[in-house]
Design a protein around this ligand. Structure first.
Ligand code: ZN
Length: 96
């Protein structure tokens, strides 16, 4: 319906995503590619990209954390449904 470009533009401006290949040093360890290896498009060296992926996977398995929240909301939205409240033993003390 033509909303895709608008959403992408909003995300891009909000996060100030650098252009591809714009990173000079790793965003996590701060080392240049000469030291820590080629950087990903997100500005992470291979080691830190892997560490972040491991953290992501751990959160998906543990069903908690910002990575999981993003994945959960996006996954449910992709089914065309609404995101239910976290009220089934998710452990948020503020819901009680
Ligand atoms: Zn790094």
């Amino acid at each position: 319906m033509g909303h895709r470009c608008r959403a992408a533009g909003a995300l891009g401006s909000a996060a100030r995503v650098p252009r591809k290949g714009n990173h000079r040093v790793c965003m996590i360890c701060g080392e240049p590619p000469e030291v820590c290896g080629p950087l990903s498009t997100r500005g992470l060296c291979e080691q830190d990209a892997k560490a972040r992926m491991d953290e992501n996977n751990a959160q998906l398995r543990a069903h908690r954390g910002p990575f999981f929240e993003r994945w959960r909301i996006r996954g449910i939205a992709s089914y065309g449904g609404t995101v239910p409240a976290l009220d089934s033993g998710a452990g948020d003390p503020h819901t009680r």
